[in-house]
Write a new protein. Structure first.
Length: 201
């Protein structure tokens, strides 16, 4: 079977030819994800990762994420169901954040993560450190967030506002804080902020 599929590079080139070279065929991307989801396991997540990276190599990753976010919004009947689980849209946004957000994380969260690790177990001091980080580091760092990520978040806002106007900012903060900044603070090693995450206290 593996011989029939070819090498990973051949697979990537074939996917690129189908998805990008034929006019950004994002309906095909949906079909790939749905087929992988039907097969079970995490194969659909790997498919989304590959799709985002292929699109990124061709300069259309933001357009792909825009399409997949709009697709999820269109398929969702209530705002409380948007991006709540790990979906193709949330996964695609996450891939771009991990691809382009590393320098931002180190710049904005580096000091916070080191302080949290040093103060583990001291609840009052931890609260003070986190409040300071929100006030002085995160809330004043808009200009440091890479343009591609600001573009993605704005497109999330626009897509959600078209159907669920009251949830547009909640969706944006959910991606930025809930799926990017908070996980980086909670598990800094997985974001290369520390050599290993501190033990939970």
């Amino acid at each position: 079977m593996s011989e029939q599929l070819g090498t990973p590079r051949m697979q990537t080139e074939a996917l690129s030819a189908l998805l990008v070279d034929r006019g950004h065929n994002y309906e095909l991307a949906r079909a790939v994800c749905e087929a992988c989801a039907a097969a079970g396991g995490s194969s659909w997540q790997q498919a989304v990762d590959a799709l985002v990276l292929v699109c990124d190599a061709h300069g259309c990753a933001v357009d792909f994420v825009w399409w997949v976010v709009q697709d999820e919004v269109a398929r969702t009947s209530t705002p409380t169901g948007l991006f709540r689980a790990t979906t193709p849209a949330s996964r695609a946004v996450g891939v771009l954040f991990r691809t382009y957000g590393t320098v931002y994380l180190h710049t904005v969260l580096g000091r916070l993560v080191r302080d949290v690790a040093a103060l583990s177990g001291n609840e009052d001091a931890l609260i003070e450190v986190v409040e300071r980080a929100l006030r002085e580091d995160i809330c004043t760092s808009t200009n440091l967030l890479p343009t591609v990520l600001r573009d993605v978040l704005n497109r999330v806002r626009v897509a959600v506002a078209a159907k669920f106007a009251q949830s547009q900012l909640l969706s944006v903060s959910g991606f930025l804080f809930g799926r990017f900044l908070a996980p980086a603070v909670a598990t800094p090693a997985s974001f290369s902020l520390l050599a290993q995450s501190p033990r939970p206290q």
